[in-house]
Design a protein around this ligand. Sequence first.
Ligand SMILES: [Zn+2]
Length: 417
Amino acid sequence: MPEPSLYIGPEALTALLAWLQSQPWRDIALVCDDRTWPVLGAAAEGRLREAGCSVRTMRLGGPGVVADEERIVEILQQAGAPGHLLYLAVGSGTLCDLTRFASHRSGRPFVSLPTAPSVDAYTSRNSPLVLRGLKVTVDAQQPLAVFADLEVLRSAPSAMIAAGAADVLGKYTALADWRLAALLWGEEIDGAIVREQYAALAQVAGAARGIGRGEPEAIAALTGALMASGSAMARWKNSRPASGAEHHLSHYWETMHLLQGRPASLHGAKVGLGALLMARAWARLRTLNAAQAATLMGAARPPDLEQERAAIASGYGPIAEAVFAAQGDLLPMAPERWQGLRERVVSHWDEVLAIAADVPSPEELEQLLLAVGAPTDPAALDLSAVEVADGLRYGHYVRDRFTLRRLEAALGLDLVL
Ligand SMILES: [Zn+2]
């Protein structure tokens, strides 16, 4: 599929209508909620009707729309027969994820009209959904096009803008983890994608103060970076280019909140905090020289299956079995893989330190997060000290990805706690 066409600028509805002229669809299923209807939904419906389109508007009611079974069925039911429908998602992450999934499973395309620069998911293929109370990520489709109206995005709640920026700033640790996995665990990596992601990151770091103040060029830079990150994930066919240990922390906290029936805080805000914690680990890693790393590795033991199983049981309770089963080749770890990891850690320590050098210090990252307006205090995210510690203890089991947390475990260290 071609990359989505991307418009970031003023008068996005005019741009959408101009684009529609060259497209075959005149039957539009507009998905919005009570919050995005007055922001952009009403105007979109009006302009599309004026342009001769038939519009079925699905305004999802109630506070805090969640991307769950109920909403998926609500959208499919209201959309009626798929026919020659083009879905239009008017909203941020959740509405986009719902529309992405519902359109894809009914064999229809969709277009995104973001209302906040809050996540990097707009241009991606995946839909994170909450099914039977648990967060799962399912493969779906990219939008045909995204029309991002800068005036609308600038007027979004400042916490949502900050969350989008923090989601991008989390790439510092995500990219370091990917490079580490390629170096030590033999994972595939794409140099061009890594460079693009660092460029998107630099764009947001450079505009941090302006983002915090809601300046138009800074919001445009943030939006561009979010779209680039979503496209990178779509091209790589998974979230590796944008997600490492900081996302695992965020997913762990989110899963625990879901299991306890507590409301979720913004994804990007949790990622920002996760990145800050991981920046502390990277800073401590930088203090280890090659001789110390070799000594640690010499004394290290491979992961003990029963101990690991017990840790997963304490960390994940009712879903522990599923988490244990999803550990891939990290658990159980074949003896030859453990031996390979040990050898590579010792012989490539200089390269490990070179990767670590590209992660900002915790102080620098904290300044960037504060500049964009993202919280750095766990309490602001409804997280207790125990929950933060649990995230660090169990977050890396969220999926079968090699990250700094897995290296720490191999070295027999805990660099954050
Ligand atoms: Zn993210």
